[in-house]
Ligand binder design. Sequence first.
Ligand code: CP
Length: 313
Amino acid sequence: MNSQRRPDGSLRHLLSIEDLTRPELEALLERSQHYVRRLGEGAPHSQALAGRTVANMFTEPSTRTRVSFELAAKRLGAEVVNLEVQLSSRVKGESILDTVFTLESLHVDMFVLRDSEVGVPALVAANVAPHVSVLSAGEAHVSHPTQGLLDALTVLQHKGRCDGLSIAIVGDIRHSRVARSACQAFSLLGTRDIRLIAPPSLMPAEGELAGAARETDIARGISGCDVVMMLRIQRERFADTAIPAGEDYFREYGLTRERLGLAKPDAIVMHPQPMNRGVEIESAVADGPQSVIRSQVSNGVAVRMAVLETIAR
Ligand code: CP
């Protein structure tokens, strides 16, 4: 049995997009779109999670994911606990599982976890009580499933489809959980032309993201693309000093208006954020008419509402 499913095959946890079926992914996106409309109309919030308690446990920094999971849970009627891990008994040596068991004793039903270590969400999911669910909010460089969902939703809103599109992902792909989850979502939805654009040292290892093309020259890579997704260099994940810094990186890989002109005229620009303006992207592009970066953030709440509601059944 898959580690994120109940014995009847339904989703109990969300640890990765990888084993979702296309109908499951489409159902989550359709439900997300429902919540986009409801939130836009100022409709009354749902009570789908009334009586449930959601705990956010983030051992890595976050602005968008943590806040949007909190808003999503509250808008579904749940109680929310935000554990300040650096002020918790974890710093006194308590293990992640003992912390989780403590919160379970306090009747937490759903854990939202972000951790820099590979395998933590699966470890917790394998050890919680049968009625408890675990949602990954970012697992090391491996997976960020709700980001992949909101990226796919954003493309669907602006392009109407994912199949037949050319999608360029530019930057630090080697260390990017966003790139991995987004590629899984786009591929499942039928995108065949995914281009990974990075210096050789920031490309994923051979064999990873096998269906995508690789290109070290940004001008060649983004030519004719429908979607250009920019990524931050995740310097917190490596010590390699061979990566060009700041202005040098921008000169080789930064997205400028001029470079964006090589993509299709109606291409959209995405970035999961946080972004480093003047390093991977020029402000005129980040804030320009082709940017959908703020839509990505807004979609985060609707996607997380859809995921929480689906898993809570
Ligand atoms: N995109 C994203 O995961 O942002 P945060 O790190 O701010 O949550």
